[in-house]
Design a protein. Sequence first.
Length: 254
Amino acid sequence: MKEDIQKDVIDSALIAFEKHSVEKDIVENIKGLAWHSGIVSSVAILMDLGTLASTLVYAFLFGTIVCLRLWLMKSLQSKGRLPPGPPRWPIFGNLLQLGPLPHRDFASFCEKYGPLVYLRLGSVDAITTNDPEIIREILLRQDEVFASRPRTLAAVHLAYGCGDVALAPLGPQWKRMRRICMEHLLSIKRLESFADHRAREAHHLVQDVYDRSQTGKPVNLRQVLGAFSMNNVTRMLLGKQYFGIESAGPQEAM
């Protein structure tokens, strides 16, 4: 009887162990299937991303080719109506060909391509020349044709809607402001009344250059002459100097 009970216990233990092994195998198989399906899903996602990236690259290249073709067609159509000039890049034009001293680059273009040179500065068309006769024609004989100024964003915000005489486009408003300046600021009588101020500023200029030269350091003429010009303007308009010995100071200038 005792031996039968021991045998039943051993059989039950073996059955439980076998059942546990089967469940363990099932769990391992499920884990394997899940891992395999995860890899398949990841591969599918990567393939979809690769397809999307390729599509975007092809679309970008196609758009670039179309834009270049349109730009070349436009350049060829307008080439016959414009002066010669250096080759231009899309979008930037000739801006990348200009160095820190653009006036020298303009002079070299005129020496290479002729007295009239067409340049594309970003989105702005420009023509430069170094011929005195052409300059005289532009500034004297055809001055009204070239007298206007573009309505830029900086001029709109800094000059109160292009209301300044130096930045306003050609029109009745600009002619009225020019007449006021000529009568009240730039007339012979008014200029003679500011002769003492100009002489004093010239004296300050010479003294400033001399004092700077005594230090043994190079003199920045752009800074010195800029202050000299600004002082002459502020003395004429406001009766004060904002740079130099008798300056009112930057706080009052602001």
